[in-house]
Design a protein around this ligand. Structure first.
Ligand code: URP
Ligand code: ZN
Ligand code: ZN
Length: 477
């Protein structure tokens, strides 16, 4: 398959381009030290005191944290959902990502039932190619798995797409039954693949949606009422049990319920390769948002729904003690004005999801590191190193080491930023954190040695991201 990739590393030709990043504090998942970096042709060539090195470009990193570019393994750009398309395409979404410090995203081609899943890979390449400004890769959503498609899973792994996502929710749309899940998991166990799960009990939720409707509850709050935490906890525990049965790693996406955190902990205690991510909105917002007047609650409709302070505490503890390994965004932006309002008369028709790609790093720094909940090393691990390891990109991504791609985030830990829709880059027309001030912001971002963000502003160019075929998942603690 030719996906119109940018030239591979080191094959650009011409004279070697040398950049020095001088005077910064380098923080990785395991280290924290002051040093200079020499970048040659897009990769890190030397780390140390480099006072005498002659370079084409010198970047002053004094007062900055120098972090590996962040990796967001859960985005939905240019993605169809409930009869509409997410508000960011691969250009606007990745520009927002870059300014937020993210240099790699992994998005989700959606298999159409009755179609070989590889067809959707091609369709998603058409969406990303020539547009993405950061590097990108794809998972594969599986919605239909007759025997004839099983070999497609093997060839996806061989082509660098080793992660398959399945849905236990959304009956009549993406949901698959437990038999299909087990068959996909068994195949992934054989071919070295990795499975991801949207873990909510779709049929139980369908009953509870009918109950809400029968009571005349039709507004956004029904999102929370019809999807209470046991519907997530039950499905999460089942996902880990099925993965245990199949002998395959499984990664539960967008975890929020305390019951689900208990399930991942129990599975890990049994020795299952059980992983989980959560997202900033679940750590920072609660279900009261669904009551915002004038249908404003629709901005916060998502699946699973926002929950309680107690659930948030369970998530923070899980991030601290290693039960949860990643903070992603599940960036699913829908404009309020013409998309969220599609569900004005019926909560089930509200396109579900929130934007987040632009603020993940800053929010987690402010509310995690500054608030004393996370160490700097753990913060880097959660936003960059662990997703790179789990999704087969390490040590090319998620690390600052000789030979790694020079994807660097020069982060200003002191700069204050006001979050507001007025100044955001995502094409969503609202900001879930409107009016919040956070301390800590992107200053400069390098993608394979090229400066794409300077002084917090995007200075790269459309289409400079490249597709990343991925390798096998590495276990993380
Ligand atoms: O409500 C959400 N999370 N929307 C995005 C689609 C998904 O299930 O990840
Ligand atoms: Zn989901
Ligand atoms: Zn998602």
């Amino acid at each position: 398959m030719d996906h119109g990739r940018s030239p591979d590393r080191g094959t650009r030709g011409g004279p070697t381009m040398r950049t020095v990043v001088r005077g910064g504090r380098i923080v990785t998942a395991s280290q924290d030290y002051h040093a200079d970096l020499l970048i040659e042709d897009g990769t890190i060539a030397t780390i140390g005191r480099l006072d005498d090195v002659v370079a084409d470009r010198v970047i002053d990193a004094t007062g900055r944290l120098v972090l590996p570019g962040a990796v967001d393994p859960h985005t939905h750009l240019d993605a169809p959902l409930k009869g509409t398309i997410t508000a960011d395409d691969f250009e606007s979404g990745t520009i927002a990502a870059a300014v937020g410090g993210t240099t790699t995203i992994i998005d989700f081609p959606l298999q159409q039932p009755g179609e070989d899943p590889r067809v959707s890979q091609e369709a998603w390449h058409d969406r990303a190619r020539g547009k993405a400004v950061v590097d990108w890769s794809f998972h594969q959503i599986i919605t239909d798995l007759p025997d004839e498609y099983l070999p497609a899973l093997d060839s996806l792994v061989a082509d660098g797409i080793p992660s398959f996502k399945l849905f236990m929710a959304y009956p009549g749309a993406r949901m698959v039954d437990d038999g299909t899940i087990l068959r996909a998991m068994r195949r992934a166990a054989e071919n070295g693949g990795f499975t991801m799960m949207h873990a909510e009990n779709g049929l139980a939720i369908q009953v509870l949606e009918q109950v809400a409707r029968a009571k005349g509850i039709l507004g956004p709050i029904a999102n929370a009422i019809s999807r209470p935490s046991p519907t997530e906890g039950e499905a999460t525990a089942r996902a880990y049990m099925l993965a245990e049965l199949a002998g395959v790693p499984v990664y539960v996406v967008h975890m929020v319920a305390a019951e689900a955190v208990a399930a991942v902990r129990a599975a890990r205690d049994r020795g299952v390769a059980a992983y989980a991510e959560t997202c900033p909105h679940y750590l920072l917002l609660t279900e009261e948002r669904l009551n915002e007047p004038d249908f404003g609650g629709a901005k916060y409709v998502m699946c699973p729904p926002l929950r309680s302070k107690e659930d948030q505490e369970a998530l923070w503890r899980g991030l601290q003690n290693g039960d949860l390994q990643v903070v992603s965004t599940d960036h699913t932006p829908f404009r309020f004005a013409d998309q969220k309002v599609m569900g004005k008369d019926d909560f089930a028709k509200i396109p579900n999801g929130v934007p987040g790609i632009e603020w993940r790093v800053g929010l987690l720094y402010h509310h995690g590191v500054r608030a004393g909940r996370l160490t700097l090393n753990r913060f880097v691990e959660l936003i960059s190193t662990n997703p790179a390891k789990l999704f087969g990109l390490y040590p090319r991504k998620g690390e600052i080491a000789i030979g790694s791609d020079a994807d660097l985030l020069l982060f200003d830990p002191d700069r204050e930023v006001l979050l507001t829709a007025e100044h955001q880059l995502t094409r969503c027309d609202y900001n879930p954190y409107e009016g919040w001030t956070i301390q800590g912001a992107t200053d400069t971002v390098l993608l394979r040695g090229e400066v794409i963000v300077e002084g917090g502003r995007f200075v790269g160019h459309t289409g400079q991201g490249m597709f990343l075929p991925r390798g096998a998942s590495m276990p993380v603690g």
